[in-house]
Design a protein around this ligand. Sequence first.
Ligand code: SAM
Length: 357
Amino acid sequence: MHPHPFGRKITGFVAARSALWHEPEAMQAKNPSTPPHLPRRDAERPPLVRPSGALPAETLPLILEVAPDADYALIDSGEGQKLERYGPLRIVRPENQAIWARALPPRDWNRVDAVFTGDTDEEGMGRWRFPREPLGETWPMRFDGLSYLGRFTSFRHVGVFPEQAPHWRHMAGLIEEASAKRREPVKVLNLFGYTGLASLIAARAGAHVTHVDASKKAIGWARENQEVAGLETKPIRWICEDAMRFIEREVKRESRYDIVLLDPPAYGRGPKGEVWQLFSDLPALVALTRQVLTPKPLAVVLTAYSIRASFFAIHALLRDSFAGMGGRVESGELVIREENEAARALSTSLYARWVAR
Ligand SMILES: C[S@@+](CC[C@H](N)C(=O)[O-])C[C@H]1O[C@@H](n2cnc3c(N)ncnc32)[C@H](O)[C@@H]1O
């Protein structure tokens, strides 16, 4: 089998996140060259029912932007690549949306610590080149004072998606505000939680968190981040399971959450090979999400990467699915603003979120 998921060598022009989220191991499809033809799970489900009641209010488009700061910056982009600063490191990675010219001269692009080469003959760290000195797999990072590890992974990701920062700050604000007003803890469900940043930020803000991911490796990284952050005593349940199976069980167990975070890949695999396909499975996941909400929920935040759709699609899905619940659905894109004088905005993903107020 060809080592690259789409049977061709990476050239420097690749999607922002792969159409098949294939890292770490549990996300790999058995035949990664054919994600659109994976078996579908929606055939066994009853047809979707459109809930009755008034639609939530709406705000769109709402573009949420990340500005450069001491922990992270998009230094420059162009010619199919981006130059970023992650804590102490300057990193170059492919970026297929950077179709413009670079704003900074070559000396800025040459003065870097790590470059993702995408060498198809290599795995893990081998797919990175370190022009200055050999680096270890991880390095110290911070987000709003929270320590965690950046990480060179085999599919050009670095263990964090900085564009999520506006969602994290918004969620932390909701948790702190609600915690000040009530006795019982705010409960957060983080599905497709990856390296756990959102879970740690929620726990630091005072929530009880349930973090679900299909990958044992990703759960391991998230637990390591919990230690690095010094949040070992915070109530976080780390669960390695298929997101869909987990939420189906939570509905049956009558578990309830105040905030649900959904950051699904376009395609993925559960630990037992369960297939996740965003277009066919997301409607059912959102319907189940409604069923696990507490009577007075705070928010549901959905992000979507690398899909051929507009935020209007996930906006309509959330608004329809949460009819009769009041609140508001806000949708748009998560973008990162460059640090240089061109100050271009790089789009990273679509999102839609339901908020009670
Ligand atoms: C896009 S990443 C999440 C990024 C993370 N929320 C963040 O912003 O940093 C997708 C995650 O979904 C997980 N995943 C893929 N298929 C899954 C499934 N069927 N059930 C649960 N998790 C799955 C992957 O292991 C991966 O960690």
